[in-house]
Design a protein around this ligand. Structure first.
Ligand SMILES: Nc1ncnc2c1ncn2[C@@H]1O[C@H](COP(=O)(O)OP(=O)(O)OP(=O)(O)O)[C@@H](O)[C@H]1O
Ligand SMILES: O=P(O)(O)OC[C@@]1(O)O[C@H](CO)[C@@H](O)[C@@H]1O
Length: 318
């Protein structure tokens, strides 16, 4: 199996370990790390580390190219040249693992740069089984961008996974991706209402399916994940644990889901095992085979509709 990932808005992920945050104060970091990130880049890293062939397509400004690629040595990466540099996203990690994350908007694309990205992605699709379209779109890229790529991949008989949010998410559903992976907050935003129970998540996911999507994989943080597909809904989770960093756990969930076959209950269990493994390790580097414990996953072929979500996904009133 081969998975191509596209990350239109990759990032240098800077992680600062700090003491308890004090707003408006100067604080000294205890340590600083830099990783090459962005959701699709993370998916390619996770898959490669676990023996699944994957290639990442990412636009990278000329000045940043070498540094970005040096952080991804050993992984297959196609970079598409840009005038502007790669954004820097910041994670502030406090004792106890509380993370405050600040993501930059990213470089502004010209129409020609957006076109080049489409062309390079299409070229990379040769022989691929899956295209994973991941993350936010940078300024200058139309919200319909992902919908167009879904259509191109389908023409190339390649299955498509989509993990994005907001307008780019809403505008690509009609193109018919094979799987979308919102977290419960992104799902709540899409359907425009607060989700407080598993039953409400399922209702919202069914609405997304009606808009043209085959499977909806909803990540629920400590509550695991729910998959809504043609055969109905199922749920999987792990026994509770204290996470070290949940940044990138969603990318790991999607990676595991694809590695586990990309459809149905077994793939859901793989996704949850990989997601939990990522949450147990620091940074966004992703789990290796020793970190992943499929046998720990608690699988439910049905969904307990009345079960409350640990964190209700609240939709802010305009
Ligand atoms: N606190 C936790 N306890 C147990 N498992 C967790 C926890 N947080 C995350 N996970 C696992 O990781 C998966 C993905 O996490 P989450 O729902 O936070 O994704 P996300 O919001 O898309 O993450 P991100 O966008 O930061 O990558 C969950 O479905 C679950 O399997
Ligand atoms: O701003 P986006 O594109 O939505 O998310 C980007 C990002 O937060 O996603 C990854 C974790 O999932 C990180 O590597 C990266 O910084």
């Amino acid at each position: 199996m081969k998975v191509v990932t596209l990350t239109p808005n990759p990032s240098f992920d800077l992680t600062y370990r700090v003491g308890e945050l004090a707003h408006g104060e100067v604080q000294r970091a205890e340590s600083v790390t830099v990783e090459a990130g962005g959701k699709g880049v993370n998916v390619t890293r996770n898959l490669t580390r676990n023996g699944v062939a994957s290639k990442a397509v990412a636009p990278v400004g000329a000045a940043d190219g070498e540094r970005f690629l040096s952080l991804l040595a050993g992984y297959e990466v196609v970079t598409v040249p840009l005038r502007e540099g790669v954004r820097m996203n910041l994670s502030l990690v406090e004792p106890g693992g509380v993370v405050t994350k600040i993501n930059a908007p990213g470089p502004t694309f010209s129409p020609a740069e957006a076109e080049l990205l489409v062309e390079e992605t299409e070229r990379a699709l040769e022989g691929a089984d899956w295209l994973a379209l991941c993350g936010s779109l940078p300024p200058g890229v139309e919200p319909e961008f992902y919908g167009r790529l879904v259509a191109l991949a389908k023409e190339a008989e390649c299955r498509v996974a989509l993990d994005t949010s907001g307008e780019p998410f809403a505008r690509s559903l009609g193109a018919g991706p094979d799987v979308v992976k919102p977290n419960h907050e992104e799902l709540a935003e899409l359907v425009g209402r607060t989700l407080t129970t598993f039953g409400e998540v399922v209702e919202a996911a069914r609405e997304v399916r009606e808009r043209g999507v085959a499977q909806v994989l909803v990540s629920l943080g400590a509550d695991g994940a729910i998959l809504c597909g043609e055969g109905g809904e199922c749920h999987a989770e792990t026994p509770p644990f204290v996470p070290r960093s949940t940044v990138g756990a969603g990318d790991s969930l999607l990676s595991g889901f694809l590695a586990g076959g990309g459809a149905g209950e077994e793939a859901l269990a793989w996704g949850v095992a990989w997601g939990a493994a990522a949450a147990k390790i620091p940074g966004t580097g992703g789990p290796t085979p020793e970190d992943i414990h499929l046998e720990e996953v608690i699988r439910s072929p049905t969904v307990d509709a009345g079960r409350p979500l640990r964190d209700a996904a609240v939709v802010a009133k305009a």
